[in-house]
Ligand binder design. Structure first.
Ligand code: CA
Length: 243
């Protein structure tokens, strides 16, 4: 039986938590997991991430069991969330410019269908090591790919928060799609940059190696807090079993 657990924490510095998440296990081999990190203004970020989670959750839950191709389903729900956020921002000046990252995972059978925008990430933990499934839409990711900075330097780079794609900031955004073949024993980690900029890869791997799903989620959040907790931190962990 698949298991999912998740949590969010405001961190030690921020005055509001602009992250949002949702997860649900529908049956033994069907699940949904979503993590968002909002941005823009005093309240805009909270509104954008909340709209994204609500829209994705409702539309993905409604569609479970349909035979539609997951690629088209995810693109259409991401586009719907994008328009919802964009239109809300247009109609309320105080929310102008708000947006959100998203990483959304739809598990059907032995495949994870993934869509993401921005720098919230999906990792696969298999055989004791963590592999990135998503690639950030961010300025520092582009700099890494050009060989200008290392992954370690990216974590503390002054432009580390600059993302190049987000939901809600333009008319057109429906996410980047990926698929991942699953094996029993895999762990999927969805998280915001409040985890990845704080906790070292080795620390995350150690927690995922040693801890049950119930213990791993609070341990990951604590690892981010122990290293400063300068951002909101959100994790959702999926244990693949019985697929
Ligand atoms: Ca963040």
């Amino acid at each position: 039986m698949m298991k999912v657990n998740g949590a969010t924490h405001i961190g030690l510095v921020r005055e509001s938590n602009q992250d949002a998440f949702f997860y649900d296990v529908k049956d033994k081999d069907s699940a949904i997991a979503i993590v968002c990190d909002g941005m823009g203004g005093a309240n805009g970020g909270n509104v954008a991430s909340a709209i994204a989670v609500k829209t994705l959750k409702e539309r993905l839950e409604e569609s479970t069991g349909e035979n539609g191709k997951p690629e088209y389903l995810l693109a259409s729900v991401m586009a719907a969330a994008n328009v919802e956020i964009y239109d809300t921002a247009q109609s309320r000046p105080e929310l102008d410019g708000m947006g959100t990252t998203v990483v959304a995972v739809l598990i059907r059978g032995s495949v994870a269908y993934v869509s993401h925008v921005g720098d919230s990430r999906l990792y696969l933990f298999r055989d004791g090591s963590l592999q990135a499934v998503t690639r950030d839409h961010s300025v520092v990711q582009e700099m890494i790919e050009k060989g200008q900075i290392t992954e370690e330097q990216a974590k503390t780079h002054p432009r580390k928060h600059f993302i190049t794609r987000a939901l809600g900031v333009s008319h057109d955004e429906n996410g980047e799609f990926d698929t991942l073949d699953l094996q029993n024993g895999d762990r999927l980690l969805l998280c915001t940059d409040g985890l990845t900029n704080m906790a070292d890869r080795q620390v995350v791997e150690n927690i995922l190696t040693d801890s049950s799903i119930e213990d791993a989620v609070p341990a990951l959040i604590q690892a981010a807090l122990d290293r400063g907790g300068t951002d909101n931190v959100t994790v959702v962990l999926v244990d693949i079993d019985g697929i």
